[in-house]
Design a binder for this molecule. Structure first.
Ligand code: PMP
Ligand code: GLU
Length: 412
């Protein structure tokens, strides 16, 4: 069988596969996590500041809703865009929390926010269409745009602007192929939150140039800076509402990363196309997980606040520790659960003769010598940074920061 396949795909003696897919690498966040898990399975005492995944169990009421769905036999295909009750619950949530009015026909439920985003890019892009992506960016955006035939246009933001896009950044990146701009607030990896003024700059630009805004709000409930609140850009007025695709999901707020439920809320014509695409590629999101997500959105919300408070304590602690360590620097995260660390001053230094050349070598040498996993940020567009997810226990954060401190002190 393989030989037959090989023959029909063979070009110049090599197996010919999709060039687009051959050009991509596996997700670095997931790769670091897999490496840390493998070391742990080998009995190594690894601290993994790796994938952004809450360490809490999914709240009990949500688990019970899923068990009930199974016992009730809710185990068949559903409508492609997701059950109407869940799409209505998303609309109610968007009204209640974000002050934006949507109809269920504007909402598509997918297998996680990642899948919702991939659907969006497939739906809105024609070959060569450009998407402005502010760097640092969550690494999957650029790959997803490229796979959908688009061109990622990376715009480097500055720490002094809290890593937010400015008007001149946007004007400088615009061409007649610009189709969309992505914003992530609270941000992965920087932890920064867009202010009303930051959002107005983006909304004005999008409306003036008739460009779509993809607003990834997956970390909206995880906010620690009391002076900041989450604002959904679609709430700023009708013109920007008509050009916004809101992306969100239950992975982070409800500690449901494995359940795979996310969604897009957008103009009805876009939702219709996404749903049509999804009907061919995934049929529907998992029926049982949809029932669990329904309970997450409509049920008691106290676990969200409990988890937020725990993350806030961890945020304060990890930032304080980082600040006391020489040669590395970071802005205090305002939300999400990442510390985005500049390691430039360690470049050229050596650990046991091994030279740090960038964030990737910093991460490798640290893991090999101190059993502490961090995510190098080259795939986020910034090779001299690393990212620490503090969605792990405070004891592990303490142990990991002790090790990073020791590592830096031992650099020559
Ligand atoms: N957007 C951002 C910014 C993320 O960090 C992640 C990572 N989980 C996602 C989207 C995807 O989330 P999900 O688990 O719902 O696919
Ligand atoms: N979004 C999380 C992260 O950035 C989970 C892993 C992934 O999907 O990239 O670590």
């Amino acid at each position: 069988m393989f030989n037959v396949l090989k023959k029909s795909f063979e070009v110049n003696g090599l197996m010919e596969l999709s060039r687009k897919i051959l050009s991509i690498k596996p997700s670095a966040t997931l790769a670091v996590t897999a490496k840390a898990k493998a070391l742990k399975a080998d009995g190594k005492d690894v601290v993994a500041f790796a994938a952004g995944e809450p360490d809490f169990d999914t709240p009990e009421n949500i688990k019970q809703a899923a068990i009930k769905a199974i016992n009730d036999g809710f185990t068949k295909y559903t409508t492609s865009s997701g059950i109407i009750e869940l799409r209505q619950a998303v609309c109610d949530k968007l009204k209640r929390e974000n002050n934006v009015q949507y109809d269920p026909s504007q909402v598509v439920i997918s297998n996680g926010a990642k899948h919702a985003l991939a659907n969006v890019f497939m739906t809105i892009l024609n070959d060569g269409d450009e998407v402005i992506i502010p760097a640092p960016f969550w690494l999957s955006y650029s790959t997803m745009v490229m796979v959908a035939g688009g061109k990622p246009v990376i715009v480097y933001t500055k720490a002094e602007n809290n890593f937010m896009l400015t008007k001149s950044d946007l004007e400088g990146a615009k061409t007649d192929r610009t189709r969309a701009v992505i914003i992530t607030t609270p941000n992965n990896p920087t932890g920064m939150i867009a202010s009303l003024d930051d959002l107005k700059v983006i909304a004005d630009f999008a409306v003036k140039n008739d460009i779509l805004v993809i607003s990834d709000e997956i970390y909206e409930h995880l906010i620690y800076n009391p002076d900041k609140k989450h604002i959904c850009i679609a709430s700023l007025g009708k013109d920007i509402y008509d050009r916004t695709i809101v992306i969100n999901g239950v992975s982070k707020s409800y500690s449901m990363t494995g359940w795979r439920i996310g969604y897009a809320a957008c103009p009805p014509e876009i939702a219709k196309c996404i749903s049509s695409l999804q009907s061919h590629t995934a049929s529907n999101p998992n029926s049982i997980a949809q029932m669990a997500a329904l309970e997450a959105l409509n049920g008691p919300q106290d676990s969200v606040e409990y988890m937020r408070q725990q993350f806030k304590k961890r945020c304060d602690y990890i930032y304080e520790r980082e600040e006391s360590i020489p040669l590395i620097s970071a802005l205090k995260p305002e939300g999400a659960f990442y510390l985005y660390v500049n390691i430039e001053k360690t470049i050229g230094k050596k650990y046991n003769g091994e030279e740090i050349k960038d964030g990737a070598s910093f991460a490798t040498i640290l893991l090999e010598n101190k059993l502490t996993a961090v995510v190098p940020c080259a795939d986020f567009g910034t090779p001299n940074y690393i990212r620490l997810s503090y969605a792990i226990s405070i004891d592990d954060i303490k142990k990991g920061m002790d090790r990073i401190e020791e590592f830096i002190k031992e650099l020559k």
